[in-house]
Design a protein around this ligand. Structure first.
Ligand code: NAP
Length: 250
């Protein structure tokens, strides 16, 4: 049954075909928001999220754009605002990894991760914030990572992008707060998704040994925090980095 914490809100979730983004889209729609389910390539995968939301009684539609492309992002956000008259909630979730040790990392892999994970956030906020400013209200939630706080061997590109998101979040929060727009980051620890399923048992066990709560999190752990930050209940929270990581980064 659909709840009403986000009733009548218009939300955009980037990278919502699977994993954390899919669950955030499902949770926001489950709280009454109309959700734009962003995908970059496969309409089939986006359609899977759309059908799951609708089966739950929620409302949504898929929207195709690559967050790394400024022109595609601009066009997509303008099309949402043209249709709905506003955009209340923006969740920047799209992300990729191209892990390697720094001495073996190609410039191409470094740039690809920065382009999607950091530049992508700049693009969506640049275009969404102008409408939120006019509306004098808005919620922006950026998915960072504990890697951006602690660093991680083999992930210098990813950690740099995720640390960049934290600086971007705090600066944007300062810039947009006078217009009643909150900007916060969630820093997940290890969450069970395709991104972590590729890790070897050895790497997973080493990670678990560093998590005080002793296990990986699940997509609901992140989605519930995103829904809370998107709601009126979180109106006095801005510029924060909320770790949802089983205590890993404390
Ligand atoms: P995932 O299962 O690999 O899903 C990533 C999503 O991002 C997919 O829907 C993917 O779409 C989309 N995407 C990638 N590049 C895109 C682009 N250029 N434009 C639009 N969409 C794009 O990853 P996840 O584990 O759910 O992670 C989601 C977010 O949480 C990421 O930002 C990740 O860095 C962060 N995070 C995850 C963990 C974890 O343990 N899983 C921990 C910390 C932070 P396609 O299917 O088209 O590629």
């Amino acid at each position: 049954m659909v709840q009403d914490m986000l009733k009548d809100k218009i939300a955009l979730v980037t990278g919502a075909t699977k994993g954390i983004g899919r669950q955030i889209a499902l949770t926001l729609a489950g709280e009454g928001a109309y959700v734009y389910v962003n995908y970059r390539g496969s309409i089939e995968k986006a359609q899977d999220t759309v059908e799951a939301i609708k089966a739950n009684g929620g409302n949504c539609e898929a929207i195709c754009f690559d967050v790394a492309s400024e022109s595609e992002t601009k066009e997509a956000i303008e099309s949402i605002v043209k249709k709905e008259g506003r955009l209340d909630i923006l969740v920047n979730n799209a992300g990729i990894t191209r892990d390697n040790l720094i001495m073996r990392m190609s410039e191409e892999d470094f740039e690809a991760v920065l382009d999607t994970n950091l530049l992508g956030v700049f693009h969506t906020v640049k275009f969404a914030s102008r409408y939120m400013m006019k509306a004098r209200s808005g919620r922006i939630i950026n998915i960072s990572s504990v890697s951006g706080i602690l660093g991680n061997a083999g992930q210098s590109n990813y950690a740099a992008a995720k640390a960049g998101i934290i600086g971007l979040t705090k600066s944007m929060a300062r810039e947009l707060s006078s217009r009643n727009i909150t900007v916060n980051a969630i820093a997940p620890g290890f969450i069970e998704t395709d991104m972590t399923n590729v890790l070897s048992e050895e790497v997973k066990n080493a990670a678990i040994s560093k998590i005080p709560l002793g296990h990986f999190g699940n997509v609901d752990d992140i989605a519930n925090m995103a829904a809370y930050l998107a709601s009126d209940k979180a109106g006095y929270i801005t510029g924060q980095v909320i770790c949802v990581d089983g205590g890993m980064a404390m």
